[in-house]
Design a protein around this ligand. Structure first.
Ligand code: NAD
Length: 321
């Protein structure tokens, strides 16, 4: 059995490798070659934490396993460690024997940022120039870095509940030589792409805040009850997701579908757009919305590629079973 500890992930997984692994696994899912198992995500009644398991099997990549972990909202303030904590466990699909344990914290941030970046690649207007960021927590800087690689952006505009936290995003934009401006939600109308990455349980982005032609990547809602955008926005948009079953149960679409504003059948898989079996954006003034719920296969794909690189570079720790 191999261990790749959290401390080594940054040396191994690049944004490019994460993007490629996620794009490939979304495509495999849409072809039916890879399957996610139902997600378990529970409030544990301690530290306000949400804990769960996301697993799956990718027959094409022969990757079987799960990510165990969740979200501890007080971690940073109380313990000085990030709020998301997770570990990926991989098994040998031929025997069920334990194959590897991989630190999942940085993997989660990179694979989540890769998912919205894949959605931008396939759904945003080619001439998108202004990116709107809603949220400025741990994930936001990863999201911004990955998005900056997808289009020739000239400006980033940001909104956060505590605007002073936007300084971190401003620094990332500055590194890339892109202007940054703090805006109120009405100012989001200037954005060609908007990423929402908050832990909100009530809509922040109203449909009147979004201009025609915008691509919105909703990345924060991954649990029943969470919500970042007005369900009316989904009714107005062409809606895509990583996986429809998750989108309607734990994703942003749970609200629009629950209120009868859109039907499950109207939600398309991003993988099908990648495979060109489903049209993505068809007009310049269409609003496209990606409901990125986060699937276990994303974690397994990046973890498997990390294990391969760790073995090649002599960084994998071998433990006898
Ligand atoms: P974090 O705790 O570091 O930051 C939380 C952010 O949400 C901050 O910007 C905070 O101001 C904002 N926020 C919290 N409550 C809010 C409210 N009621 N109204 C407006 N803003 C609010 O968290 P993080 O690590 O950056 O993660 C952000 C979210 O992304 C979490 O909800 C997490 O579960 C989710 N997430 C989703 C995926 C996925 O695959 N879809 C993966 C990782 C994380």
């Amino acid at each position: 059995m191999l261990i790749v500890p959290e401390r080594d992930i940054a040396k191994l997984l690049t944004r490019k490798a994460a993007f490629e692994a996620v794009e490939k696994v979304f495509a495999s899912m849409a072809k039916g070659a890879a399957r996610n198992f139902p997600v378990v995500r529970e409030a544990i009644g301690h530290e306000d934490a949400l804990f769960g398991f996301k697993g799956g099997f990718d027959r094409a990549g022969m990757t079987l396993g799960l990510k165990a972990g969740g979200y501890w909202p007080h971690n940073m303030a109380a313990h000085g460690v990030i709020n998301h904590q997770s570990t990926v466990v991989l098994f040998d699909p031929d025997t069920g024997r334990l194959r590897a344990m991989v630190g999942g914290n940085l993997l989660t941030a990179l694979r989540t940022a890769a998912a919205s970046a894949v959605s931008i690649k396939h759904l945003a207007r080619p001439d998108a120039a202004v990116l709107g960021m809603i949220g400025a927590g741990h994930q936001a800087a990863f999201q911004l870095r990955a998005a900056l690689e997808q289009r020739d952006l000239v400006k980033v505009i940001g909104w956060n509940r505590n605007p002073e936290k936007l300084a971190g995003l401003e620094a990332v934009a500055a590194e890339a030589g892109v202007a940054f401006e703090t805006v109120d939600l009405d100012g989001m109308g200037e954005a060609d792409v908007i990423i929402t990455i908050t832990s909100s349980f009530a809509p922040i982005l109203e449909h009147g805040h979004v201009s025609p032609g915008t691509h919105v990547a909703c990345m924060g809602t991954d649990t029943r009850g969470k919500q970042e955008v007005d369900p009316g926005l989904l009714a107005r948009a062409s809606v895509f997701t990583d996986q429809v079953a998750q989108s309607v149960s734990i994703g942003e679409a749970q609200h629009a579908v629950g209120q009868g504003l859109i039907s499950e059948a109207e939600i398309g898989e991003l993988g099908a757009v990648i495979n060109k079996t489903l049209p993505g954006r068809t007009t310049d003034d269409q609003i496209t919305l990606f409901d990125g719920t986060g699937v276990g296969l994303q974690d397994l794909a990046v973890a498997a590629s990390v294990v391969e690189m760790a073995v090649d570079q002599g960084l994998a720790i071998e433990v006898a079973l």
